[in-house]
Write a protein that binds this ligand. Structure first.
Ligand code: MV4
Length: 520
């Protein structure tokens, strides 16, 4: 393996290119017409245009990607996350073309993609699954029988689903028929497969996932959990490792379940087993993600492992290079605490409406314990063609408190001019009393969202007034200079009302944004 096609865009493409370069591999980027100026294109050793901006015509086009890999002499393809990363057909197409797919086998992707088959396999491997059916329901009569047996409320889920599509909450007998037809219709439309099964609905669980790595030599290790409960409409916004809710004993049991799950499908590469953890401490298998995930960096920082490099090594037939003693269940041990905030082009003050525009100015945070994984830089145009994720800000600290302090500091260093982002939302969560206590579950944002977004920012009115005063002083001095006055003489005059030329336009704009933010 000498050259790898990176079949993705944005921050994950940049992340994979970096791992290739550290492994001594050349990386070939692909790009759509909208991404000619994207960082992943510049960072790669070669880049191949693959078509128009819409994903269906570019990043989802299997023949174009295979041709790009063959034409540039690649031996392997890394799919990243999203796009084709969990399509068994893509893994198969790569293999058929003589290319190494950096990920699990098509068979493992298929087995885990069918949620009822995944439940059967997990049950057989002794992994606890949520009480419910392990085969699709024939009709709403069977749905009602099973729901009665489980006890309401229950959840109807799409067998081909994942990520919340085709899911229906059912509170009583009377709701079954309508919910069943709705779930089936939605699943048919979204996945081309209307199969639906039922699970007992768990109240206020946490979303906890275990990272695993498995190589071709039969070694499987678990790299602890990520707490991913802070989500909005099934999009994660903040992730951390370890979870405040997981004791060493529970981590050991989760790790044993996760490595058993991976073993049950002959899993190879990086993967994640998702669990729901109830307030009373029981956990149940939910789904397996057969790809590298957005939130993988928190695990990397706490476990001292480069997951993408390990994926590449494993794909090339090498043994994984995970150091340190592995305990029962093949688990490694965490060091410190890491938190990730997803910086998205969405307006948190307008129901997270996706935003577009030119990223006019960007100040990247850095310093102790800070990692910035971005797919964009100043000058790039942010469009609606792709996911709104711009960058991930990750903070590491010896303790959760230190990681939060660093995250706050880094979030206040970050300046993004040109479009609204989730930045102010994250700053407020980092000050929220419930978050600080680690009291989070999958309902956190629904409960806390309004409170968090209404919260006064940290320095409150004082900061707003200081920013306003600085802006007025800038404008006054600038106007004075134009009229040939000294600084002292300018101070004597009233506000000019004219546009500032004294401070750089970027400084002025970022102050304006700070001010707007402070007064929100
Ligand atoms: C559940 C559940 C409660 N009980 N299953 C949502 C997406 C899909 N991956 C599974 N999901 C859920 N399944 C049972 N039996 C609650 C959710 C759920 C959820 C899970 C993880 C993170 C956020 C969530 C938000 C709403 C619902």
């Amino acid at each position: 393996m000498k050259r790898v096609l990176v079949a993705n865009r944005g921050e994950i493409a940049v992340r994979v290119i970096r791992a290739c370069h550290e492994e001594g591999l050349a990386a070939v980027a692909v790009y759509s017409e909208a991404d000619r100026l994207a960082p992943h294109v510049r960072d790669a050793d070669a880049a191949v245009p693959i078509g128009p901006a819409p994903s269906a015509d570019s990043y989802l086009n299997i023949p174009k990607l295979i041709a790009a890999a063959k034409d540039t002499g690649c031996q392997a393809v890394h799919p990243g996350y999203g796009f084709l990363s969990e399509r068994a057909a893509f893994a198969e197409a790569c293999t058929d073309a003589g290319l190494i797919f950096v990920g699990p086998t098509a068979a493992a992707i298929k087995a885990m993609g069918d949620k009822t088959e995944a439940r059967r396999r997990m049950q057989a491997a002794g992994v606890p699954v949520v009480p419910g059916t392990t085969t699709p329901l024939r009709d709403h009569f069977e749905a009602r029988t099973e729901a009665k047996r489980l006890g309401y409320p229950v959840l109807l889920k799409a067998a081909a689903g994942g990520g919340g599509k085709g899911m229906r909450l059912v509170a009583n007998d009377g709701e079954v028929e309508g919910a069943f037809q709705a779930a089936r219709g939605e699943a048919q439309k979204a996945f081309g497969d209307g199969a639906v099964y039922v699970e007992k609905y768990l109240q206020r669980p946490r979303h906890i996932e275990i990272q695993i790595l498995a190589d071709h030599r039969g070694r499987v290790v678990a790299l602890g959990e990520r707490e991913c409960s802070i989500q909005r409409r099934h999009q994660k916004l903040i992730e951390e490792s370890p979870s405040a809710a997981v004791s060493p004993a529970l981590r050991r049991r989760l790790s044993e379940a996760a490595t058993a799950a991976a073993g049950a499908v002959g899993y190879v590469s990086a993967g994640t087993i998702e669990f729901l953890l109830t307030p009373s401490g029981e956990f149940y298998f939910l789904e397996m993600n057969t790809r590298i995930q957005v939130e993988h960096p928190v695990t990397e920082l706490v476990y001292g492992v480069d997951l993408v490099r390990e994926q590449l090594r494993i794909a090339g037939g090498q043994a994984m290079r995970v150091h340190g003693a592995t305990g029962p269940g093949g688990q490694l041990h965490p060091r410190g605490h890491a938190i990730e905030c997803r910086i998205t082009a969405e307006d948190p003050f307008n129901d997270f409406l996706p935003a577009t525009g030119v990223l006019q100015y960007l100040r990247v945070p850095s310093g102790p314990g800070i990692r910035w994984d971005a797919g964009v830089e100043a000058g790039n145009d942010v469009t609606l063609f792709y996911d709104p994720l711009l960058a991930k800000l990750i903070a590491w600290g010896e303790t959760r408190d230190v990681a939060i302090q660093r995250m706050r500091r880094a979030l206040s260093e970050l300046v993004i001019v040109g479009l609204p982002t989730s930045q102010p939302f994250h700053l407020r969560v980092m000050e929220d009393a419930e978050f600080l206590k680690g009291e989070i579950d999958i309902g956190y944002l629904e409960r806390a969202g309004a409170r968090v977004l209404a919260a006064a920012p940290r320095a409150g009115l004082e900061r707003a007034l200081a920013v306003a005063a600085a802006m007025v002083a800038d404008e006054r001095r600038a106007a004075g200079r134009r009229d040939g006055l000294t600084a002292a003489e300018s101070e004597q005059r009233g506000p000019s009302g004219r546009r500032a030329v004294g401070a750089s336009p970027w400084v002025t704009e970022s102050r304006r944004m700070n001010l707007r933010d402070s007064l929100e």
